[in-house]
Design a protein around this ligand. Structure first.
Ligand code: NDP
Length: 444
């Protein structure tokens, strides 16, 4: 049996009930097959893949807190410190009821390659809890965040592990966590990114993932002879990534006609009104049903359906496995040119394969959404030198990083004879640097 197949089998056997982790490992290792098979003997002897798929450390902890009725609630917190070969662990904290060890491991594993692709010195990690901030008062969110950080602070630090936001963890949650870290550890350091501007945050971090997605999408389309201006775009999600992807796509002259949340989706044939979207989601923290009050011409539909709308470019920006095979078929039938992932692993494996087989340009999340973590690394640099850069400076660096990622991904695919397969290209480019660093550091 080939080394790749052997390791995939082991991962499935040793990590039961972690389907998302199995999926992420399979997707990465399958696409690395050409590279691994060329070095099979050496990698096998060094147990390189076994070391890569086993986190350096996984911390699971109790998070007790008191709700507004005086009732004690208990959540489970996680931090998976996956790989520190190229820098301190870096990756977000997800707060969502669906969070479990398998989901955090899939995200942490993907993060290793994404962080490597940015060209910046950051290792891979991820964390979170099965806590749902939705419907909680500010006091309840603070109580949860303080309790969560009381335990987490023993394991992180500006030079060891620097968490950031993710689903459910925005500026409010990062602020509460940062305050608690400082109280307990007694140090003012850049231990978290995504901080507010008044206490060490970076300009353009809020926009970075969505903007970065569009910088990469534009460059990739350009390399394929397509201009983004004038194109129709479907976006899913209406959180941080979706909002700023919609904003930048619109600034580039494209028209975004959909957004969604976990209850339903909006179709606005005149183009999504970004000011309205921001007010609903960032200010009121409300549901998308409100959008019709701002734009009577728009439609609101319950459930899934974003991918049934005819578009040139699809940008899934909500969550994992939200674009299924049927959706991919609908997109192809409607003449979609490109799918670029704003979320982490939003496209199922069957859907990805179908899109690629039908010549749809497909940019995987680990390349396309790397702008968030890249700008987090720029926030770390600013914190280390105790200086703040202007919005334009950060945004320019972000653009350069995304264009570089795009070219590295395209070139790596070409080098290994799989031109146009950007999943393989992104994985290979990310993998090469990590393996080089792991090998140089000996067996550890
Ligand atoms: P937010 O919490 O800001 O927004 C998430 C959006 O997705 C919301 O609209 C949410 O709807 C929707 N959503 C969440 N879960 C589901 C679900 N099960 N079904 C349908 N819709 C759902 O998160 P972000 O925008 O920060 O993150 C979105 C994705 O991008 C995630 O995969 C994240 O890991 C990834 N990502 C984020 C980065 C960042 O910098 N923020 C960086 C790189 C990747 P509702 O409000 O109803 O829950």
């Amino acid at each position: 049996m080939s080394y790749v197949d052997e390791v995939i089998e082991k991962v499935i056997a040793q990590n039961p009930s972690q389907p998302e982790f199995h999926q992420a490992v399979k997707e990465v290792l399958e696409s690395l097959r050409v590279v691994i098979e060329a070095n099979e003997e050496k990698y096998r002897k060094d147990a390189l893949l076994e070391r890569l798929v086993n986190p350096e450390r996984a911390i699971i902890f109790r998070v007790p807190w008191v709700d507004d009725k005086g009732q004690v609630q208990v959540n489970t917190g996680y931090r998976v410190q996956f790989n520190s070969a190229i820098g301190p662990y870096k990756g977000g904290l997800r707060l969502h009821p669906s969070v479990n060890l398998g989901i955090i491991k899939f995200l942490g594993f993907e993060q290793i390659f994404k962080n490597s692709l940015t060209g910046l010195p950051i290792g891979g990690g991820k964390g979170g809890a099965d806590f749902d901030p939705k419907g909680k008062s500010d006091r309840e969110v603070m109580a949860f965040c303080q309790s969560f950080m009381t335990e987490l602070c023993k394991h992180i630090g500006a030079d060891t592990d620097v968490p950031a936001g993710d689903i459910g963890t925005g500026a409010r949650e990062i602020g509460y966590m940062f305050g608690q870290y400082k109280r307990i550890r007694g140090v003012y350091e850049g231990v978290l990114t995504g901080k507010g501007l008044s206490y060490g945050g970076s300009l353009a971090r809020t926009e970075a993932t969505g903007y970065g997605l569009l910088y990469l999408t534009k460059e990739l389309l350009k390399l394929n002879g397509i201009d983004i201006a004038g194109k129709t775009v479907c976006v899913s999600g209406s959180g941080n990534v979706a909002i700023y992807a919609t904003e930048k796509a619109t600034q580039m002259g494209a028209k975004v006609v959909t957004v969604s949340d976990s209850n339903g989706w909006v179709y606005d044939p005149d183009g999504i009104d970004i000011a309205a979207l921001k007010e609903i989601k960032e200010v009121k923290r409300a549901r998308l049903t409100e959008y019709k009050n701002y734009r009577p011409n728009s439609e609101y539909h319950e459930g899934r359906g974003v991918w049934s709308i005819k578009c040139d470019i699809a940008l899934p920006c909500a969550t994992q496995n939200e674009l299924h095979l049927d959706d991919a078929k609908a997109l192809v039938a409607n003449g979609c040119l490109a799918v670029c992932e704003g979320a982490n692993m939003p496209t199922t494996m069957e859907a990805t394969e179908y899109l690629q087989a039908n010549n749809v340009i497909f940019a995987p999340g680990k390349a396309a959404n790397a702008g968030g973590v890249a700008t987090s690394a720029l926030e770390m640099s600013q914190n280390s030198e105790r200086l703040s850069w202007s919005f334009e400076e950060v945004d320019q660096k972000l653009q350069n990083i995304m264009v570089n990622i795009c070219h590295n991904m395209v070139d790596a695919a070409k080098r290994y004879g799989c031109e146009g397969n950007y999943v393989a290209g992104a994985n290979i480019a990310g993998f090469e640097k990590v393996v080089d660093a792991m090998t140089a550091q000996g067996i550890c």
